[in-house]
Design a binder for this molecule. Structure first.
Ligand code: UT7
Length: 323
């Protein structure tokens, strides 16, 4: 069977770093509170003249360099984002025009913090059905643009950034020993809309709106849904948590990462953590964490990697990959 095998990874974080201490000068919060409740120490913030596509293009360029490819070899660009440059056209079209061949498909995918896992499901299906040979999936966000900087319950938690992964179609045996994406599982439950949403949009307020969240409720659902989707990924492949070399979770809160790791029974040393430095970058958080694990030599060829995410919608999902 055809497998979606990783060919290259790239990441980009805007230069500006905003520390908790700096944030506490303008918002009624403290470094101690933010670290204790979320594990976040700092976040990166896009410059005024940087948009989501700028971050995405830079991450994509780095992924192409890492893969030894130029953009013309890519057959499909998918950008997972909840903070597109414009309502339309898709941010992915800007990426394609900067780096890719004219005429190839490029579109955005909106599943908020689960966007990267949803994107893996989409590109894996394009590759497995033989429709494309090389696909680039980018998670890119400028969440700083949709934060209410007077709302301390949300503005301390998010950051900006982008991560990109290139996949090639390669023949596998159809066993969990294959390289590439082994499975994806994605879910949604719109009954939980009011737990995490943006209070604006083209068809409602005609404004962009700001993030609103019932943090405690989201936290509670996150731990349950993340553990359950991790189990379905393992069960689908006849594997156990002991087979997993690295857990690369969506980076929302260090306490969520710890609780999920405990629930799954995985050694915390096998969990890639970047929430301390990046905060929650929504669809960009998994590829950013993944790239950091590859760049520092922890994640190696042959390793089994479990990715999982949960976000607004609610949406949630998992992907199991062999590097
Ligand atoms: O990407 C997926 C989406 N996001 C998530 O997964 C986030 C999920 N939720 C969380 O990470 C956590 O619930 C938070 C970090 C958002 C909050 O932690 P918590 O332990 O659930 O705190 P809380 O909301 O229960 O707030 C505790 C107290 C409250 O004061 P009272 O009512 O006890 O007097 C808040 O008003 O902390 C107060 N508080 C703050 N204090 C200082 C809320 N935000 C802040 C703040 N600084 N930034």
């Amino acid at each position: 069977m055809l497998r979606s095998v990783i060919k290259g990874v790239g990441a980009y974080l805007p230069e500006r770093v905003l520390t908790n201490k700096e944030l506490a000068k303008n918002v009624d919060t403290s470094d101690e509170w933010i670290v204790a409740r979320s594990g976040i120490h700092q976040r990166h913030i896009a410059a005024d003249d940087q948009s989501t596509s700028d971050l995405a293009i830079e991450a994509a360029r780095r992924a192409l360099k890492n893969a030894g490819l130029d953009g013309t070899e890519v057959d499909l660009f998918v950008v997972a984002t909840a903070t597109p440059d414009e309502t339309f056209p898709a941010t992915a079209a800007r990426v394609q025009s900067a780096l890719g061949k004219p005429g190839i498909p490029a579109f955005d995918l909106q599943a908020v913090c689960s966007g990267f896992v949803y994107g893996l499901a989409v590109i894996d299906n394009f590759i497995k059905t033989g429709q494309v040979k090389c696909a680039m999936l980018i998670g890119a966000e400028t969440f700083s643009r949709i934060l209410d900087w007077d709302d301390r319950t949300t503005c301390v938690l998010f950051g900006d950034g982008a991560g990109a992964v290139i996949f090639n179609a390669l023949q596998g045996e159809g066993s969990p020993k294959d390289q590439g994406i082994l499975s994806t599982h994605i879910h949604s439950d719109g009954r939980y809309h009011d737990m995490l949403y943006v209070d604006g949009g083209p068809a409602s307020t005609q404004t962009t709106g700001y993030v609103r969240m019932k943090g405690k409720e989201v936290f509670r659902h996150a731990v349950v849904n993340l553990a359950s989707t991790a189990h379905e990924a393992l069960n689908a492949n006849g594997l156990t948590i002991d087979d997993v070399d690295w857990l690369v979770p969506h980076q929302a809160n260090k306490r969520i990462l710890d609780s999920t790791a405990t629930k799954l029974g995985i050694d915390p040393k096998k969990v890639i953590v970047t929430v301390d430095k990046h905060a929650n970058t929504s669809a960009a958080s998994i590829p950013l964490a993944f790239e950091s694990g590859i760049a520092d030599g922890r994640i190696k060829t042959g390793d089994l990697v479990l990715m999982e995410a949960m976000g607004g919608g609610f949406t949630w999902g998992s992907a199991l990959l062999r590097i």
